[in-house]
Design a protein around this ligand. Sequence first.
Ligand SMILES: [Zn+2]
Length: 129
Amino acid sequence: MALSAKLQQTYRERLEQEHASVQTEIENLGNEVAILGEDQQVEGSFGNHDADNATDVMEQQRNMALMNMLEERQRDIDRALARLDAGKYGICERCGKAIAPERLEALPFVILCIDDQEIEDQQHRQNMQ
Ligand SMILES: [Zn+2]
């Protein structure tokens, strides 16, 4: 069953807010990555800050992982918004069943029901190996 117009509007607003806040996080993180990158270049030219470099590299790796996660979240939000536009929001993209309302409430950007999410996560993990 499709969501009421009022609920659709509520979810759209939440998704747009989420999109904006993730966008801000991506920009902040991008600045941090750029600054760390410059630091590394400066330190690298002196060549005697190995410990510092190691910390920066780890920090940079963590930032990149976080960046990937945020970008993935952004894609999820875009997909959820597209589902809203298509009038299919709240319906699982794989099996076509309704996504549990409490799941949508907690994670408004999901486009899969919990069962299909598990299948997709498993496949994702297999691909990573
Ligand atoms: Zn499903």
